[in-house]
Design a protein. Sequence first.
Length: 166
Amino acid sequence: MRHVLVLNASYEPLNITTWRRAMVMLLKGKAEGLEHDLGRPIRPDHHLPTVIRLRQFVRVPYKQLPLTRRNVFHRDGHSCQYCGFQGEQLSIDHVLPRSRGGGDSWENVTTACLRCNVRKGNRTPREAGMPLAREPRRPISSLYFEATRQIRAGTHQEWAKYVIGA
């Protein structure tokens, strides 16, 4: 099933929908097509959309993404931020250890394999001589996760210019 990135009238990503729903919005005049899959014509003059933009601005309330183990792993690409290991033996590491005043926040937790987590111990990455691959940051939204996954997989490279940080 092909997915379509839906942008607000301000070009801000809103959600990801199916190509059928996107076609309905295009045919009803509620959206305009910005990017199309030229390899998949529906009719000689119509191609499947991959990015559409709503004609009218939709106000969406902001909802923060909760700090959960699953979301931290997803943000970090399910890989250790110290050595790059990808596998089942992953854990959550506090950049500034809790015993030294570090709390549970997006900016202080990262994904680490068990080996690196034990090696780092009760130290900061600088003290342990273990630099982080990426500085931990608060993700923008769950839509950001899905969109960047699609972009990295190579299925929707054209989404990159609409998703900040992808």
